[in-house]
Design a protein around this ligand. Structure first.
Ligand SMILES: [Zn+2]
Length: 327
């Protein structure tokens, strides 16, 4: 039985900061850009602010926890990333020869931006650069600032590959008006429901999966079978890596912040998000479950990014839901 729920979702406090630059368009299809032994070596430049270091270390910790990629402070075999203070938040793509720069000044210092730039350094490109992007978004070149157009260049199937489905909510996706030369959109989702969620820079389940596949982290001889799209966790092949909203050894448990029963009439629900964070440099994500009949469940993710300049932040979300069709 399939239960279809129509949802009307209002996300408050949508705001995105974009100042991300990269200089190259290469991809992990060229294995020389993959870091040897899955270790990215880095050094913090003396000019790097403390807040930037903190964000970087937190991002590295998160990525190490969910993938087999490691980050080590040092020069390695001579190929390493010099993380330095700079005006832009930018990184070379993949491993280059010798010392490469990752610019990560005070302005960039959020965990999500740190993950974004480290993903670039590991060889992951922007989501809107995928060769199949035209099936999901419309990129309007005439609205993009001329000197930043290189951030939107479409890859080809011969120089890149897509190990996971396209994802509007990827940490590597830009917001609709990113790098606009005026007030108009530079990227419009084909499915308009994603308009307000593009560009949140949350690190998603598929972002980690993409990295795990690219760096050959996936368990080779796992004996467990994961449910609901999960896969054996590269750091513990006896436990599944679950998509948001699921947990348990095999991802068979619904793990929602709040659960609501669906109704036959439009009903407004209010969710009060988790306790406010104090540093205003991070984001939260909340998964809500709507239960229908016969154990059918719809999961909704609400995301909220907090920026330093925001003085007041609402911590509640309203949405409406209705049980619509039973097939
Ligand atoms: Zn980027």
């Amino acid at each position: 039985m399939l239960i279809k729920l129509f949802l009307y979702l209002i996300i408050v406090n949508f705001s995105v900061s974009e100042n991300i630059r990269e200089k190259r368009q290469v991809s992990l299809k060229r294995r020389e850009y993959v870091w040897t032994n899955k270790i990215l070596y880095y050094k913090f430049n003396a000019n790097l602010p403390e807040v930037s270091k903190t964000s970087m270390l937190k991002a590295m910790q998160l990525m190490t926890k969910e993938t087999c990629v490691k980050f080590e402070n040092g020069q390695g075999d001579g190929n390493y990333v010099n993380i330095m203070n700079g005006n832009a938040c930018s990184s070379a793509l993949g491993k280059n020869n010798g010392v490469q720069t990752l610019s990560f000044g005070k302005y960039c210092a959020t965990t999500s931006t740190a993950v974004h730039e480290l993903m670039h350094a590991l060889g992951i490109n922007h989501e809107m650069c995928r060769f199949d992007r035209d099936d999901y978004v419309t990129v309007i070149e005439s609205n993009i600032l001329e000197y930043l157009k290189y951030n939107f260049v479409k890859l080809t199937s011969s120089n890149s590959y897509n190990p996971v489905p396209f994802e509007y909510g990827s940490v590597m996706m830009y917001a609709p008006k990113a790098f606009a030369n005026g007030s108009h959109e530079t990227i419009i989702p084909k499915d308009n429901d994603y308009y307000y969620t593009m560009g949140f820079q949350l690190t998603s389940f598929l972002d980690y999966k993409r990295l795990n596949i690219a760096y050959d982290c996936m368990c080779k001889n796992a004996t467990i079978t994961c449910k609901n799209g999960g896969y054996p966790h590269p750091n513990n092949c006896n436990k599944c890596f679950c998509p948001d909203g699921f947990s348990g050894q095999l991802c068979g448990t619904i793990d929602a912040y709040q659960t609501f029963a669906s109704t036959m009439v439009w009903t407004t629900r209010t969710i009060v998000s988790k306790s406010p964070q104090t540093d205003y440099t991070d984001y939260t994500i909340i998964t809500v479950a709507l239960t229908g009949q016969a154990d059918n469940v719809v999961l909704i993710q609400l995301s909220e990014k907090r920026l330093k300049h925001q003085k007041t932040i609402r911590h509640s979300f309203d949405f409406m839901c209705k049980l619509d069709i039973i097939i």
